[in-house]
Design a protein around this ligand. Structure first.
Ligand code: AMP
Length: 114
């Protein structure tokens, strides 16, 4: 048995978090170290370490995460302007190896990203 990821512990309510959405496939909760006025993580219940390791069978779950991002943005009043980020690999900033989509909003964002 592998050690549960930090986000599995959050999903299992072993570690507290500020949940804003959940369904049978994923949950969404506020990032503990927000990088914007709105910063939510959308996390599949089924752990997958990173998006590059997704397989054909993950297609519905991956699409679902984006649909939920739109729903959560609507719910939080930021549907007109938000950014979604998935870090894949420590070199680009991934620190939790349980796939998650960052939903960021509430301030201007530069492009290209840092
Ligand atoms: P990443 O660096 O893309 O893997 O994103 C991981 C995110 O998880 C970071 O933005 C962290 O601030 C966030 N994070 C770490 N621990 C917690 C926690 N206990 N509750 C909520 N967010 C967390």
């Amino acid at each position: 048995m592998t050690e549960p990821t930090l986000f599995e512990k959050i999903i299992d309510r072993e570690i507290p978090a500020d949940f804003v959405y959940e369904d049978e496939v994923c949950v969404a909760f506020r990032d503990v170290n927000p990088q914007a006025p709105t910063h939510v993580l959308i996390v599949p219940r089924q752990p997958l370490d990173r998006v590059a390791n997704a397989e054909e069978g993950d297609q519905a779950m991956l699409g679902h995460l984006l649909l939920v991002a739109g729903k959560v943005a609507e719910q939080l009043g930021c549907r007109e302007a938000f950014r979604l980020v998935i870090n894949n690999g420590a070199e680009v900033g991934q620190s939790v190896f349980h796939l998650h989509v960052h939903l960021l909003a509430g301030r201007p964002f530069g492009w290209p990203p840092g």
